[in-house]
Design a binder for this molecule. Structure first.
Ligand code: A4P
Ligand code: MG
Length: 168
């Protein structure tokens, strides 16, 4: 039996769009992708704007296996960790796995900060609107209207391979 899983993608170094697409291509069991959004960096040092998106999987992998796959994608993007919340070629976070809760030192699911962040919630709404209730939309209003912290859609830039996911 498969279940739904949602993973967040972020990049603010290198060819950001190609790095996000590379992750979509490498992830197993992808069924949908959000629009791509350009977002102002939240926290961390002075750094450039991010591209963010969310990917929906229909998979039999659990949260821990998904973290391993996420970290393989980051390694393939030659991500170098210098400081927390610092610039990165690729960040892949496990946001949510239907029916699963994990609270361990190296893995917390649902992602503890997902419901506070417009750069997660706005793309999440594209692929899993049931997880972004109207009450949360109010808190997103400023990010949606514009201004320096706006989350701006660049449109449907990511594609899911038509053959689906069984090959990987
Ligand atoms: N970890 C625990 N739970 C999870 C999970 N559900 N998914 C652990 C993924 N990893 C999880 O992550 C640090 C450790 O978190 C990992 O070793 C893993 O075992 P990391 O990717 O090495 O470092 P990080 O991403 O800098 O840390 P963190 O705390 O995950 O950062 P956040 O909260 O994800 O924020 N601004 C914009 N506009 N767009 C962004 O994408 N991203 C961040 C990172 C900050 N500001 C941003 C963005
Ligand atoms: Mg991360």
């Amino acid at each position: 039996m498969t279940h739904r899983a949602l993973l967040a993608l972020g990049s603010n170094l290198g060819d950001r769009r190609a790095l996000l697409q590379g992750a979509v291509d490498a992830l197993p069991d992808v069924v949908a992708v959000s629009d791509v959004y350009e977002t102002a960096p939240v926290g961390g040092p002075d750094q450039g704007p991010y591209l963010n998106g969310v990917v929906c999987l229909e998979t039999d992998l659990g949260a821990r296996a998904l973290l391993e796959v996420a970290q393989q994608c980051e390694a393939a993007a030659e991500r170098v960790r210098v400081e927390r919340w610092g610039p990165r070629t690729l960040d892949v976070d496990v946001l949510w796995v239907d029916g699963q809760k994990v609270d361990e030192p190296d893995l917390v699911v649902p992602h503890p900060r997902m419901f506070e962040r417009a750069f997660v919630l706005v793309p999440l709404r594209d692929v899993a609107p049931d997880l972004v209730p109207d009450s949360l939309l109010d808190s997103l209003a400023e990010s949606l209207i514009g201004g320096p912290d706006a989350v701006t859609s660049l449109g449907a830039l990511l594609t899911v391979a038509a053959s689906g996911s069984e090959a990987g």
